[in-house]
Design a protein around this ligand. Structure first.
Ligand code: PHB
Length: 393
């Protein structure tokens, strides 16, 4: 082929491409999450949130069909996370990436975004610093600093002056430990000991013994929601610490609704702070819970990753609308800076400077409903909370 023919060929190709993209093009969205293994229920909640959003808002935006492609990442595994993101971008030609349960997996994807011209909308991973690693990340979940901070004063107001902190030794645990210490000590409390556990800790009785030995009046804890939180709350009860009156403070990851049937009485009365409770009383949440329950198949399985995914899809739909289906990551992200809406969790906004979600944080208590089922009952609202974790970096 001559050079002239080659150029002509390329020009025709470009013309065809642009004329195709002027018409409705299917927009692919790649969602990475734990869909199998011990954390599968968290991934199922991503999917329920996505499906609920599409059931209530349609499966196309401005005439562009939206196709969601799921990829399974059962446990925190940065190398696999990076490989899945690459495969979705290069082979599947997704225009958007979403999901991501664990912080290390998010950190492995963000360096790829600029070259891939692809935004990442995080549905869960909750370490503050993720947002500093790429201008193309937007987050619709929470940070542990954001959910934890109001608890410091709550503990002091309850007369607790000495607390021991116990966290999983990685990003969101360290952020939670720092945020609690800062807020608690500012209110006049004292952290007497800080324990960081390996992420895969499964036997919590030695930890509970250290809590008891510390003489602290309360324990603050963070672990990633799933089998670790279930095991930790069970151990807190079974080792007698709950009965002994040791106060328990944690973000809502530790009492996610899908754990409550298995925890039963062991969770009753536990106070946590969080951005979302399935029992949140609003028309938006009623609609959401109905659609997400239908998608997941059982009301008992619904938990917070579903709302991160639901709002994440809202953000992705707005991005598709703003770019009219064309792949322009910067334009897509710019379009959602400052976006505000009423989420099932309450009023929210994407902060333009950080691209993280500003939202109410609620203090809740595990209570038994009239139907005999346990739920997170909202008892106090801390309105319009930004991520304090980012402010301190
Ligand atoms: C995280 O790895 O960022 C993470 C995982 C589970 C949670 C919270 C944060 O419940």
């Amino acid at each position: 082929m001559t050079a002239g023919k080659k150029i002509l060929g390329a020009a025709i190709g470009a013309l065809l491409m642009s004329s195709v993209s002027a018409y409705a093009e299917t927009i692919k969205v790649g969602i990475i999450g734990p869909f199998s293994g011990p954390f599968a229920l968290q991934g199922k909640n991503f999917q329920a949130g996505v499906e609920a959003y599409m059931a209530l808002n349609g499966k196309s935006v401005k005439g562009h069909d939206v196709e969601v492609i799921y990829r399974d990442l059962p446990a925190a595994n940065p190398a696999q996370s990076r490989a899945l993101a690459q495969e979705l971008v290069v082979k599947e030609k997704v225009q958007y990436l979403g999901g991501v349960y664990f912080t290390p997996d998010a950190m492995a994807i963000t360096p790829l975004l600029a070259q891939a011209n692809t935004p990442l909308v995080i549905f869960n991973a909750a370490t503050s610093a993720i947002m500093n690693t790429s201008p193309l990340v937007v987050r619709t979940s929470f940070t542990t600093a954001q959910t934890t901070t109001p608890l410091g004063k709550v503990a002091v107001d309850e007369g607790v002056r000495k607390v021991i902190t116990v966290v999983s030794d990685y990003g969101p645990g360290i952020d939670a430990e720092n945020a609690f210490k800062k807020a608690f000590e500012a209110a006049g409390g004292q952290v007497v000991e800080a324990i960081r556990m390996p992420m895969n800790t499964a036997d919590f009785s030695p930890i509970m013994q250290r809590v008891r030995d510390s003489g602290a009046a309360g324990v603050f804890a963070f672990l990633p929601s799933g089998p670790p939180t279930l095991g930790f709350v069970k151990a807190f009860n079974e080792t007698g610490l709950k009965k002994a009156g040791i106060k328990f403070y944690a973000p809502g990851d530790l009492t996610q609704e899908s754990d409550l049937p298995a925890l039963g009485e062991a969770a009753e009365g536990l106070k946590t702070s969080f951005h979302y409770a399935v029992a949140h009383d609003s028309p938006e949440n009623k609609k959401f819970v109905e659609a997400a329950t239908k998608a997941i198949g059982s009301a008992d399985q619904l938990s917070f990753p579903s709302v991160g995914a639901y709002d994440g899809m809202h953000v992705i739909y707005k991005m598709i609308e703003a770019t009219d289906g064309k792949q322009d990551a910067k334009k897509a992200v710019d379009a959602v800076k400052g976006l505000s809406w009423t989420s099932p969790r309450g009023p929210v906004r994407i902060e333009p400077e950080t691209r993280h979600i500003t939202q109410n944080i609620y203090l809740r208590e595990v209570a038994k409903g009239s139907d005999g089922k346990y739920f997170n009952k909202e008892i106090q609202t801390f309105p319009d909370q930004k991520d304090p974790g980012l402010a301190t970096q």
